[in-house]
Design a protein around this ligand. Structure first.
Ligand code: URA
Length: 232
């Protein structure tokens, strides 16, 4: 692939802008400036630098964001900044979107991608990708409440009960809940349906992916799609 096309595909702006970055000597490969926009490159394993920042080539982008509270997943946020503002311009330019949404006050693991097929696959109910939530409840959790969460509760938008594939107390008022669907406010509504209330919510896993050690709140890293559902 031509170097200017590489930059364009990775979100570094218009074709003309990308050719300009290269011609201006702002792009390095293997530490050497490459100033020919038409230089032909093998994209397999390619890492290039733009204005000193290293960037690995990804045909499709998948990133894991450690979402802080106070950010909305919407592209057009209403009351708080968008999670997009935590990502660098090339990822925003590529049009990455969250795979499912977390509420503004929910923290934890959020995946974003520009791969529409991946979004469809991971949000489709028939794929049953487990998501793990760490819940802080307002009131002490009873064994009956945990059992009802596992057995299934009816929410107000459907007569079909929704159930947690796992619900285990991790403390008197804390709970680890594993869900395979992603209905609107599902954890909060399930807690309310059993007579409790969700005071804080953190997503700790999406499929087999967890937040890497050292990835601070508000930071992001690249993720491997194969690591989400490794057995498939
Ligand atoms: N369930 C909720 O209620 N909120 C979230 O952000 C995620 C799951």
């Amino acid at each position: 692939m031509r170097l200017s096309q590489v930059l364009f595909s990775q979100g570094f702006g218009s074709r003309r802008h990308c050719a300009g970055l290269v011609a201006a000597g702002l792009v390095r490969i293997g530490g050497q400036v490459v100033d020919d926009p038409d230089a032909d490159l093998d994209t397999e394993g390619l890492v290039f630098e733009v204005e000193g920042r290293a960037w690995p080539f990804h045909a499709q982008a998948l990133v894991l964001l450690h979402k802080p509270a106070g950010y909305e997943c919407s592209q057009k946020p209403r009351h708080h900044p968008s999670v997009m503002s935590l990502l660098p311009p090339p990822l925003r330019e590529r049009g990455v979107q969250p795979i499912g949404r977390l509420d503004e006050d929910t923290t934890g693991l959020l995946l974003l991608t520009d791969d529409g097929a991946l979004i469809h696959r991971l949000t489709s109910p028939k794929h049953h990708v487990p998501k793990v939530y760490e819940v802080t409840a307002r009131h002490p959790l009873t064994p009956e409440q945990l059992q009802r969460l596992r057995d299934g509760v009816v929410l107000d938008d459907s007569p079909q009960p929704v159930r947690a594939v796992a619900a285990e107390a991790t403390g008197e008022t804390t709970l680890r809940l594993t869900l395979t669907e992603g209905k609107y406010h599902q954890v909060k509504r399930m807690l309310a349906a059993v007579g409790n209330r969700c005071d804080a919510l953190h997503r700790s896993a999406f499929g087999a992916l967890t937040i890497p050690d050292g990835l601070a709140t508000g930071q992001w890293c690249w993720a491997d799609p194969a690591a989400i559902t490794p057995s498939r």
